[in-house]
Design a protein around this ligand. Structure first.
Ligand code: SAM
Length: 446
């Protein structure tokens, strides 16, 4: 006799059979629901694409995931699948100790080989680029870790203060795209040789564009206006001005003759105001403008206090950041004050005698054929002086994070430059290199 259930008195065996039947039914029902769901999603996708094709906005789609877009439609909506055109090989293996901007460390070199998967003949894509001295490199911050971004960030140069991410060059931004103006050293077939870079080895590059000051630098745009648009030759006015030997003196004496009222802030005239003036106008006209500027205080070149400054964009004086004052209808170029005058000062860099000796032991790239096989070799750096300059560049800008600067001041700092593993420490106002050892084989792949 099979046992009975205590609650209902039914045979347990019979109850088990009923449970098995019910499980089967549930499974069938699930399959039916899944099928219906798939059909529904398919149906919704075709409705959405029909709606998109006739240019209507689809109704609220809170629950449905966005349907996959066909390529042209995705492009129109700003969604693209990026494909790296190549990957950077550089003298910086890891983020630690990589310059924060390309100009910090001149001899920082890199190579970029255009992938065969992008063009059948990658070298064809580089034809003509050799005529440029600089290129924009657009790349992915692929080592950001998990995609993490905030509307406000703390740039290291601001020593803990927060600013909007879009007023900085922070790597942590919604689309993790980097932009570096690099020097183009040479092109070798499908490979571009660069220097002045701030990208780590392995960085995926999405695009290269020539740097064209006429388009990319407002300074040059102003200069360009002084050239004949057809011949690209300097206009007579500009040549006249350039031949005017006492041109600087004329302006300086004019400025000193027409000194503004006491208390009106004006940049020191000895700072060669003239050197920054656009050379496109008749000198008398220009001098008149300078006079008007000095006497009327329309354009204040120095740090005017905020209450002295009108809100009008035309006359608003920037805070000490005038890059290129210009006159008439043209606008100022201004940048955030902390870029040039950060609240953190740059550090003095020194080497212990032992570190100097270790650094001198490295064989530079151009001597790579040397028979001294037991000495460590640089792959990108061409001399000990270059290595010293690069290390100085990296350390004087204080590469530590805010956390390390404030919480772990006493900890040793390690970074890799080319094939050298560098150990240093930071004191009040200085960084000292303690050790320069060859990177262990396979420790990093450059
Ligand atoms: C402040 S960002 C500036 C990069 C670029 N010049 C720009 O303005 O977009 C430079 C820093 O990004 C970091 N970095 C460089 N390459 C990276 C990569 N592939 N992934 C993540 N971080 C990277 C390094 O720590 C370097 O110091």
């Amino acid at each position: 006799m099979s046992p009975r259930c205590d609650c209902c008195g039914e045979h347990v065996e019979k109850l088990n059979q009923q449970i098995t039947v019910m499980r089967k039914e549930i499974k069938n029902l699930r399959q039916i629901l899944d099928g219906a769901g798939r059909a529904h999603r398919k149906h919704m996708t075709s409705i959405r694409s029909a709606v998109a094709n006739i240019g209507l906005r689809e109704p609220d789609k809170e629950q449905a995931p966005p349907p996959p877009l066909a390529a042209p439609q995705a492009l129109e909506q700003g969604n693209i699948q990026t494909v790296p055109i190549g990957y950077i090989s550089s003298c910086f293996a890891v983020k630690n100790g990589t310059p924060r901007q390309p100009t910090i460390c001149g001899p920082s070199r890199a190579e970029l080989r255009i992938q065969q998967s992008i063009f059948n003949n990658p070298e064809h894509a580089l034809v003509g680029l050799e005529q440029y001295s600089h290129v924009w490199i657009i790349f992915l911050f692929h080592k950001n870790g998990h995609l993490n971004y905030k509307a406000k960030v703390k740039p290291p140069r601001l020593n803990g203060q927060r600013v909007g991410v879009y007023s900085t060059r922070s790597p942590h931004r919604p689309n993790a795209l980097g932009l570096t103006l690099a020097r183009l050293d040479k092109i070798d077939g499908d490979t571009v040789h660069l220097s002045d870079i701030d990208m780590i080895a392995g960085t995926p590059v999405l695009d290269i564009k020539p740097y064209i000051p006429d388009y990319d630098s407002p300074h040059s745009r102003l200069d360009k206006e002084h050239c004949d648009p057809i011949t690209d030759q300097k206009t007579d006015a500009q040549s006249d001005l350039e031949s005017e030997n006492n041109y600087d003196e004329a302006l300086v004496s004019l400025l000193s003759k027409d000194k503004p009222e006491a208390g009106t802030p004006v940049r020191d005239s000895s700072q060669s105001v003239s050197a920054q003036l656009p050379l496109h106008k008749n000198i008398h006209q220009m001098l008149d403008e300078v006079r008007a500027y000095v006497t009327q205080g329309e354009l204040q070149l120095s740090c005017a206090s905020e209450d002295q400054v009108s809100d009008s964009p035309k006359t608003k004086a920037p805070e000490c950041n005038v890059d290129y004052p210009c006159y008439g209808e043209k606008a100022y170029i201004t940048i955030a004050g902390w870029i040039r005058e950060p609240p953190v000062s740059s550090l003095q860099v020194r080497f212990t005698p032992q570190a100097q000796k270790e650094l001198a032991d490295f064989i530079p790239t151009h001597l790579s054929g040397s028979s001294e096989s037991d000495r460590p070799r640089f792959r990108f750096l061409r001399s000990t002086e270059e290595a010293v300059a690069a290390i100085r560049g990296v350390l004087s800008a204080d590469p530590r994070s805010i956390h390390r600067r404030t919480r772990c001041r006493d900890r040793l700092f390690y970074f890799i430059l080319d094939s050298a593993d560098i150990t240093c420490w930071f004191g009040q106002g200085f960084a000292e290199v303690l050790q320069v050892r060859p990177v262990e084989q396979n420790a990093v792949s450059v």
